[in-house]
Design a protein around this ligand. Structure first.
Ligand SMILES: CC(C)(COP(=O)(O)OP(=O)(O)OC[C@H]1O[C@@H](n2cnc3c(N)ncnc32)[C@H](O)[C@@H]1OP(=O)(O)O)[C@@H](O)C(=O)NCCC(=O)NCCS
Length: 145
């Protein structure tokens, strides 16, 4: 992800989330985190942002643009992403948080080998009030071929 890509990423983000990341958040992310774009037909179809600290990491954002959803892109992108993270970065484990009501994402993460490990009460502010997050982890030996 280059700084030039950020306006387009923000436009995608704003269609997906009740509390979207701001332009400033993506500028910070682009400088400090590992940011990956998923490109389809020369367009940004999605993106992922990973924060890596020593051997651990946190998948902070994984998003597929509305018009590209439900076409298998998330499944494929996540599989390739995990493989490349473990190959290219010195990491042993990846954590993430996902809204308990986000059944599509939970299914996607479980299919990729993520395991649930806990719950954060009232972690997300949504249009329907506060909702819990499920915390999940993925370690290198859970990589699905
Ligand atoms: C969650 C998300 C990344 C999934 O990406 P995607 O490209 O749509 O996922 P896929 O097309 O690979 O589908 C994955 C599975 O979910 C199912 N699915 C996808 N969209 C669906 C929908 N709208 N309704 C029901 N099922 C759906 C697919 O059928 C597929 O099921 P299968 O594994 O049994 O075949 C995407 O929906 C998204 O970006 N959502 C908004 C942002 C978000 O919630 N990110 C995760 C934050 S933790």
């Amino acid at each position: 992800m280059l700084e030039n890509d950020i306006p387009q990423v923000v436009a995608i983000e704003e269609k997906l989330y009740f509390r979207p990341w701001s332009n400033q958040s993506f500028i910070y992310a682009q400088k400090n985190y590992i940011c990956t774009l998923f490109i389809s037909h020369d367009e940004i179809a999605g993106y992922a942002i990973l924060d890596k600290v020593d051997g651990q990491s946190q998948l902070l954002n994984f998003s597929i643009a509305l018009e590209y959803q439900n076409q298998g892109i998330g499944t494929t992108a996540l599989r390739i992403l995990l493989k490349n993270y473990y190959k290219d970065l010195q990491i042993d484990i990846i954590y993430l948080e996902v809204n308990v009501s986000n059944g599509v994402a939970i299914k996607l993460y479980k299919k990729a080998g993520f395991k649930a490990m806990g719950r954060r009460l009232g972690y997300y502010q949504t249009s329907e009030g506060k909702q819990d997050a499920i915390t999940m982890y993925h370690s290198k030996n859970q990589l699905i071929a």
